[in-house]
Design a protein around this ligand. Structure first.
Ligand SMILES: Cc1cc2nc3c(=O)[nH]c(=O)nc-3n(C[C@H](O)[C@H](O)[C@H](O)COP(=O)(O)OP(=O)(O)OC[C@H]3O[C@@H](n4cnc5c(N)ncnc54)[C@H](O)[C@@H]3O)c2cc1C
Ligand code: FES
Length: 287
């Protein structure tokens, strides 16, 4: 993990309300793992006071037009404009300074004895939740997995980066609430069909909590392994403020079991977490 002042390389509009920010990021191509995130201080001053967390979309090396100049390591953040900080980010220009803390957290578990690279992988993204799935798709393709991406969003403008995934050879299936792109309806319906077709697939998901709840339910029914990337409100990003805790699987009023999203996550094996029952309150809360 490094805390550096660095510079903006580009800040491109991808779709209404969505931008891609390229930042000079020494050593990130070697250091950053799929599913990790960074904390960004966007301005020189203290407005906003707190850094903002963003997933790492991709890393790479920019070759300059002049071969005499050194190539430059970079990372990309894809962000949705939702409030004060992200609105300020839209005004960043090449050469502007930002402060970059990262790479942070635990990413997707791949290639270990408990989480071997699967033959079939289903990646489920809801809206901006597509961000951590791109580097994951790169790693899985490198390791020989057959990767299918299921992307959901409210409308066609919320479906991002399909071309980037397709360039990796990933089959992509899109569902939108209003039917303006792909099939009309929820991406979880597509997941049910794909799990029926590929019953031994491993599932990896990132998106809004209601979508993750539904994905967890479907995977439990199908006995499919699931890893999820969570978003929580984060103040420090390094395990100091405990503002980002979520309930672990063993949590009860008599036995608190909290997990720190920024240190132990943001990616978790779904079996580590406490999930709601189908009535909306957690199983533990009902006891
Ligand atoms: C690990 C992690 C990775 C993330 N990756 C991305 C990413 O790749 N792209 C992206 O666009 N966003 C991502 N986010 C969310 C991003 O951090 C927030 O959208 C951002 O901090 C909002 O800042 P703001 O100042 O614009 O909004 P604020 O003015 O602070 O808040 C505006 C609204 O957004 C809500 N909000 C703020 N932070 C979060 C959050 N973390 N989760 C849910 N709602 C939030 C607030 O409750 C409020 O309703 C990530 C969050 C986490 C924890
Ligand atoms: S954000 Fe401070 S402990 Fe996680």
């Amino acid at each position: 993990m490094k805390d550096i002042r660095t510079s903006v390389l580009y800040n491109r509009k991808m779709a209404p309300g969505y931008y891609c920010l390229g930042i000079a990021a020494p050593d990130y191509p070697a250091l950053a793992q799929a599913g990790q995130f960074v904390m960004l201080r966007i301005t020189q001053g203290y407005d906003p006071l707190l850094r903002r967390p963003f997933g790492i979309f991709r890393t790479g090396v920019l070759e300059g037009a002049n071969p005499q100049l050194p190539a430059q390591d970079y990372m990309e953040v894809v962000y949705k404009v939702v409030g004060h900080g992200t609105r300020l980010m839209t005004h960043l220009n090449p050469g502007d300074e930002v402060s970059l803390l990262g790479p942070l957290g635990e990413g997707f578990r791949l290639g270990s004895s408990t989480h071997a690279a699967p033959q079939d992988a289903l990646l489920v993204g809801g809206g901006i939740g597509v961000v951590p799935l791109f580097m994951l798709a790169q790693r899985l393709v490198e390791q020989g997995s057959r990767v299918r991406l299921l992307l959901g969003g409210r409308s066609c403008t919320d479906i991002l980066a399909v071309t980037e995934f397709e360039r990796l050879g990933v089959e992509t299936y899109v569902a939108t609430d209003d039917g303006t792109l792909g099939e009309e309806g929820l991406v979880t319906r597509v997941l049910e069909r794909k799990l029926h077709k590929y019953p031994y697939a491993c599932v990896f998901a990132c998106g809004p909590m209601p979508m993750l709840n539904a994905v967890e339910h479907i995977c439990t029914q199908a006995q499919a392994p699931l890893q999820v990337s969570l978003e929580a409100l984060m103040a420090c990003g390094v395990g100091a403020c405990l503002g980002c805790v979520v309930k672990g699987r063993e949590h009860s009023t008599h036995h608190p079991d909290y997990l720190c999203t920024c240190k132990q996550g943001p990616v978790f094996d779904a079996r580590e977490l406490s999930w709601p029952d189908r009535t909306g309150s957690t199983v533990e809360e009902q006891k």
